[in-house]
Design a binder for this molecule. Structure first.
Ligand code: G3P
Length: 214
């Protein structure tokens, strides 16, 4: 499973990239606003750090404007893909952008039906929001597994990005289902590294090493 980071924070991206595990980056308007930056400047900086897909989200709500915005954003760097929010206008824009070689990441996916339509329109990625579905008392992981099963049934090559990840169990489930990608917030990536028994083991080895010198 490929690992993307879900942030627009440049320091966090640099740190996680330095671990040697980062395959790409996703941003959204809320993450951009949090960093008090603008989308173009931010994704340009990211493209200088990470060698992999970078999602930049369009904010237009009609197909023609989405296509224009998508073309402008994708001209910043070849690794940039255009995030469009699932709706009929986004499907129309996806058809055009993908036929012109511009990758689309269809976002705000909450059902296998939406994912299937996005793939038919030519989206390279779909982003099912696992955590936000859990938030309203539905099973986000179940929705993710259904999308993966449907795509497998028909050899659909649209990549599934498990998004809106809230804890490490979401990542384990995504990997067990066979999601292509998980886009993970910084804090949760840090949680993936540590285990109390690892910390305990390191302390013990270092203490034993000190004792053996005496
Ligand atoms: O970037 C899209 C998605 O991962 C957002 O997650 O935590 O705002 O539901 P969240």
């Amino acid at each position: 499973m490929k690992i993307f980071i879900d942030t627009a924070n440049i320091d966090m991206i640099k740190e996680i990239n330095s671990w040697g595990i980062l395959d790409g980056v996703t941003t959204n308007p809320s993450l951009i606003a949090k960093e008090k930056t603008d989308l173009r400047t931010c994704v340009k900086k990211i493209s200088e750090i990470v060698d992999g897909p970078i999602s930049a989200e369009a904010i237009s709500m009609d197909a023609e404007a989405m296509i224009k915005e998508g073309k402008e954003l994708s001209s910043i760097h070849p690794n940039i893909n255009i995030k469009l929010p699932m709706c009929t206008e986004a499907l129309k824009a996806t058809k055009v952008l993908s036929s012109e070689g511009i990758d689309v990441n269809m976002t705000l996916i909450f059902s296998p039906h939406q994912a299937l339509l996005a793939s038919k329109a030519g989206a390279r990625f779909v982003s099912p929001f696992v955590g936000r579905l859990d938030d309203v008392g539905q099973d986000g992981s179940e929705m993710l597994s259904q999308i993966i099963a449907v795509f497998r049934n028909y050899d659909i090559d649209t990549e599934v990005i498990a998004a809106s990840i809230r804890h490490p169990m979401h990542i384990l489930e995504a990997a067990m289902f066979g999601a292509d990608i998980a886009t993970i917030p910084y804090d949760i990536l840090k949680k993936m590294v540590t285990h109390p028994k690892t910390d305990e083991g390191i302390k013990l080895f270092l203490a034993d090493h000190e004792r053996s010198k005496k």
